[in-house]
Design a protein around this ligand. Structure first.
Ligand SMILES: Nc1ncnc2c1ncn2[C@@H]1O[C@H](COP(=O)(O)OP(=O)(O)OP(=O)(O)O)[C@@H](O)[C@H]1O
Ligand SMILES: [Mg+2]
Length: 248
């Protein structure tokens, strides 16, 4: 294992209390990696992300941050939106929440924070929704808003748990292009769970196939139809169209 890893796990057990979901996770995340995480429902993908983020303690072993935890700013888009809809937050207010982690205790938000919010809303293509109430948005618009909230914190690791849920085809494509662009322009490290095989096979540099065990391999290996067929237990075909890897 190398030494420039941002996140490192060796033989870590992940799960909830005595319920071990992933018994033996060994992996490293390096700067600029795009880790695509694939696997069926209930396989442990979200569990893996939460444990790497440090919000879920490992059952056994430790997740370490060799470069120092203070070097890492996570931007997390959870699988299901978690904004309390009881309160009438506007989109801009929800995105501003992404700045809170950068503020000292008692510090108020300032112009840099509001500029970052405007920039994040532009990045995800919804500046016109800034003053709308979050709870009145469509599912896909909410998802973009939550991506903006993650970007507003200027993360160096973007953690996306099924970021295209509820999106129509043009929106899905736009978000995927945005994620690819963020990686290309800002060398962002990205952890991405998606059920869309083509997204993972096209964007990822490394793939984790999760099904209570974790197989960790370069994307070239995961594009092998036989490898995917064995993993999913059904025949999978992969073809490349203009640089995009389609799997059916
Ligand atoms: N808070 C929790 N407490 C106890 N068990 C949980 C909890 N959250 C998830 N689990 C269990 O852990 C296992 C893995 O769940 P996880 O959410 O990681 O799956 P997933 O791969 O993300 O699935 P999906 O594709 O449906 O999102 C499941 O059996 C689930 O029931
Ligand atoms: Mg999940």
């Amino acid at each position: 294992m190398g030494t420039d890893a941002l996140i490192q796990c060796r033989d870590v057990q992940m799960g909830y209390g005595r319920n071990v979901v992933l018994p033996d996770v060994t992996l490293e995340i390096h700067p600029g990696d795009v880790l695509g995480i694939l696997g069926p429902n209930g396989a442990g993908k979200t569990t893996l992300l939460k444990t790497l983020l440090g919000v879920l303690p490992p059952v056994q072993g430790a997740v370490t941050y060799p470069a120092g935890r203070e070097q890492i700013r996570f931007g997390y888009v959870p699988q299901r939106q978690v904004v309390d809809e009881t309160y009438p937050f506007t989109v801009a207010e929800v995105v501003l929440m992404g700045r809170y982690g950068r503020l000292a205790p008692g510090q108020r938000t300032g112009s840099a924070d509001h500029d970052a919010v405007a920039c994040a809303l532009r990045d995800v293509g919804i500046p016109h929704l800034a003053d709308r109430f979050y709870r009145e948005l469509s599912g896909g618009q909410k998802q973009r808003c939550l991506l903006a909230r993650a970007l507003a914190g200027e993360p160096n690791i973007l953690v996306l748990d099924e970021p295209t849920t509820d999106m129509d085809l043009p929106s899905e494509r736009a978000i995927i292009e945005l994620i690819g662009g963020l990686h290309a322009e800002r060398q962002l490290t990205i952890l991405l769970v998606s059920h869309l095989l083509y997204v993972v096979l096209t964007l990822a540099s490394t793939v984790a196939l999760v099904n209570h065990t974790l197989h960790y391999c370069p994307v070239a290996q995961a594009r092998d139809p036989e490898y995917l067929s064995r993993f999913y237990g059904v025949p999978v075909r992969v073809c490349e169209v203009g640089g995009t890897y389609l799997a059916i």
